[in-house]
Write a protein that binds this ligand. Structure first.
Ligand code: ADP
Ligand code: GLC
Length: 486
């Protein structure tokens, strides 16, 4: 089966969060199951090619869209990349979505509209590259228009076009644009209404995907049901309930070639379930690197992530004094909302020997925190899946998490023999209580080892989720003669 995986980010070329990791790992897992997979993404500013350029095609200017190029890059041990090069739209500083000051680019609708447009083109007979997708797998709002464009192509020439799957990695980000842009985006008048892209007087790329994809997935089963409620649906719960029969949650996997304490080149000392004592070397190195008092007996709590309300970072800042009073230390790496950055920095200023805060994006330090901390904090208010709580479990760093979304689906509580700690709710009191519970468990060395081992024994590899995606593809594109390698 020919699968086009279209995404706005793919590690290590471009990554702002978990979608970058998923885009790097799921396509190779599908390829290992015998599928012909290509990954389509924009060629951003100073991005490296990530492999050898073997072909390129010119795409003519199209209405508001400038001319572009499609570059075919062969990679070692990974499916081919198709890079969409259009310097006027993508060659900029900042992140894939925002300028260096964190503001969304004003032309994001056009930027990602083009990505979706080209994805859809590769699923039709007009595909210029001598390869045509049977399934276009679109990810998040930046790819949301692809299912709509495929639906329009299906309606106009009647020729077979690819089926579409939309994966929602985060419903909070929706890709809103003024309805007046519909013309430039090539959205047919019939699809500009409330049963199409219209969302409270604007257009929504995510809603387009939800309305027109042949199947919708989210990144955990629990999140798939949460987003059908008014409280968690970000205004789209009604649309999701209407599509419930086509909606399914598949828990993400983790890339065990990148996140494995036995082979990780970014950490100080490698270790595994049979050599857990070596983990302490990473703790000592982390304490030294962060300027913390080098105290082995103090529980070292870590956090890595986007510093946003979603991640419950206010609970970490609010619990910082109690963490130090309870005899623990804290190291945080992240960037995000200025108020949260300030609250964390102030906590570090109050307790310089026991709290260390790093503002920015640092892949190496992220690995060192996951390996060197004793326990990992992830008190998210909502969490579609979350990857770091899985990374930290396999690194023997039990996570302290809220009972929501993918956190609830991937962490079992130590009280029930699991490898982490589930908070009762996303409140300060529940956070402080869970930290105290972890601190008490840490004081009992044998008990702690048991909790670590329970997490390290978990299998979060991509094979099982990749098979689940193949089943979804097979359902939406049954005529492609796909055989699952069982
Ligand atoms: P989300 O996608 O919501 O941000 P995930 O847990 O799915 O959350 O994925 C986050 C990914 O981004 C992980 O690989 C994590 O290590 C990485 N990450 C987040 N913030 C940083 C940072 N400041 N520096 C390095 N890596 C980061
Ligand atoms: C989103 C979600 C996160 C998820 C990631 C990858 O960024 O916030 O929970 O793990 O996508 O699916």
């Amino acid at each position: 089966m020919n699968i086009l995986f279209v995404t706005p980010e793919c590690a290590p070329l471009a990554k702002t969060g978990g979608l970058g990791d998923v885009s790097a790992a799921l396509p190779p897992a599908l390829a290992r199951l015998g599928q012909d997979v290509r990954v389509l993404m924009p060629a951003y500013g100073d991005m490296k090619l990530g492999g050898a350029l073997v072909a390129s095609w010119s795409l003519p200017a199209d209405g508001a869209w400038p001319a572009a190029q499609l570059l075919h890059v062969e990679r070692v041990d990974a499916p081919s990349l198709l890079l969409l090069a259009c310097p006027a739209l993508y060659a900029r500083g900042g992140t894939p979505y925002t300028d260096a000051g964190g503001r969304d680019f004003g032309d994001n609708a056009l930027r990602f509209g083009l990505l979706a447009r080209v994805a859809a083109l590769l699923g039709t007979a007009a595909s210029p590259i001598g390869w045509r997708a049977d399934v276009v797998h679109a990810n998040d709002w930046p790819c949301g228009l692809a299912p709509l464009y495929l639906r329009q192509a299906r309606a106009t020439d009647g020729a077979p076009v690819a089926a579409s799957v939309l994966t929602v990695h985060n419903l909070a980000f929706q890709g809103l644009f003024p309805l007046t842009a519909c013309e430039a985006l090539g959205i047919a008048p019939a699809h500009r209404r409330i049963d199409g892209v219209e969302f409270w007087g604007q257009g929504s790329m995510l809603k387009a995907g939800l309305q027109f994809a042949d199947a919708i997935t989210t990144v955990s089963p629990r999140y798939a049901s949460e987003i059908q409620t008014e409280a968690e649906g970000f205004g789209l719960d009604g649309v999701l309930r209407a599509q419930a029969a086509r909606l399914q949650g598949i828990l993400n996997g983790i890339d065990t070639t990148v996140w494995n304490p036995a082979t990780d080149p970014l950490i100080t000392e490698r270790y595994g379930i049979g050599r857990l004592e070596a983990k302490a070397i990473n703790k000592t190195a982390l304490q030294a690197a962060c300027g913390l008092e080098p105290r082995r007996e103090r529980l070292l709590l870590g956090h890595v992530g986007r510093l946003t309300g979603q991640k419950g970072v206010d609970l970490i800042a609010g619990g910082a004094d109690a963490i130090v009073r309870g005899g623990a230390q804290l190291v945080v790496l992240g960037s995000g909302e200025p108020a949260l950055q300030a609250a964390l920095s102030q906590a570090a200023a109050r307790h310089p020997a026991h709290i260390s805060v790093h503002l920015g994006f640092d892949e190496t330090l992220a690995h060192q925190i996951v390996a060197g901390a004793d326990a990992f904090l992830m008190p998210s208010r909502f969490e579609p899946c979350g990857l770091t709580q899985m990374y930290s479990q396999v690194y023997g760093t039990p996570p302290i998490v809220t009972p929501v979304g993918g956190l609830a689906d991937s962490v079992n509580d130590a009280a029930a023999g699991g490898g982490g700690f589930l908070m009762a709710a996303a409140t300060q009191a529940a956070f402080d209580e869970a930290v105290a519970r972890a601190t008490a468990a840490w004081a009992q060395a044998r008990r702690w080892r048991g909790i670590q081992r329970a997490g390290m024994a978990r299998d979060f590899a991509w094979d099982a989720p990749a098979r689940a995606y193949l089943e979804v593809y097979g359902r939406v594109a049954p005529d492609t003669g796909m055989r699952l390698a069982r």
